[in-house]
Design a binder for this molecule. Sequence first.
Ligand SMILES: NC(=O)c1ccc[n+]([C@@H]2O[C@H](COP(=O)([O-])OP(=O)(O)OC[C@H]3O[C@@H](n4cnc5c(N)ncnc54)[C@H](O)[C@@H]3O)[C@@H](O)[C@H]2O)c1
Length: 319
Amino acid sequence: MPYTQISPDNLELQVNLEYPSQGIIVCDAELYSFHADFFGTGPLPLIKLEAAEANKNLDTVNSLYCFFCDQELKRGDIVHVFGGGIVCDIAAFAASTYKRGCHLHLYPSTLLAMVDAAIGGKTGVNFRSFKNHIGSFYPAERVLIHPDFLRSLPLAELRQGCAEMLKGHLLWNELPLPDFDGQLPTVEEILSHALYKISICRKDPFDVDTRRLLNFGHSFAHALEGLSDFAIKHGDAVALGMNMACDLSLELDLIDKARYTDLKNTLGLYPYPAAALDFAAKQSPEDILPWLRQDKKNSKKLSLILPVGDQIKAVEISL
Ligand SMILES: NC(=O)c1ccc[n+]([C@@H]2O[C@H](COP(=O)([O-])OP(=O)(O)OC[C@H]3O[C@@H](n4cnc5c(N)ncnc54)[C@H](O)[C@@H]3O)[C@@H](O)[C@H]2O)c1
């Protein structure tokens, strides 16, 4: 059996890679190069996208609209997206807005996309260096996880997924910590994180309540990504951002020294790249603050996810 339905929602484990029967394919160019036999010989129209934050913009969305139009894509057709978080976010946004929304199936090909980006329906692109500033909520009808895709993933990219798994573990202790030495996670580990995210998003699909916890480290991360012109990768930025959140909590007296040390010890397991560590250390609060102000989650006050006592929760901060 090629597909195994593993949740009452839309998450499926794809044991054997099976070519879609209808619609069009949007494929990560790098992934395509590893699976040219699979993608190149099938009959469906296919467009390749280069996964780079610099391409995660409305120009790329426009090129997808042109492709959809040229292929006479109907509302009832399926857009099949194979790729990491960048390609999933861009193509899902295009699919959500083309003819007011087409059918969408996501096939995440990176660890980060399997445990996080492909789940929960957030789509979007960057705008003026602000991360995911334009987007929509548009959950895929099916998310198909094919763990074998991870075999070609470079170590540095595997690490990005480990950062989101580390975040999951800090938020919910029962979620397993990843192996930070480059060992591929087991299918069970991937699925436990993915299913947990599904359960959170089901309770709060529009990110107004519990789901906001998943943004732990992200407001700072988006600042670091923007300030570094996206030289710092998303997962690395999230890991550094969680450290910044802990530092701020200690400074604001929201946690005691013991809790701080405990959190920092767990965060210390992450293999931070030296250049990213160095860059983050050089940023002052004045550098970071303008980016925090642009965060989508803010209302009148700054809304941050911070450790408070023995919890991690949303905190509103006046400026
Ligand atoms: N929508 C959401 O809820 C959500 C959540 C978390 C992160 N994100 C977004 O996800 C993005 C990061 O995603 P990512 O870490 O997957 O990075 P990515 O999409 O840039 O992929 C990383 C690299 O791996 C390559 N690649 C993809 N699959 C491969 C494979 N199987 N084998 C070899 N190479 C492969 C890509 O071409 C790229 O070079 C960020 O833009 C972030 O904002 C979105």
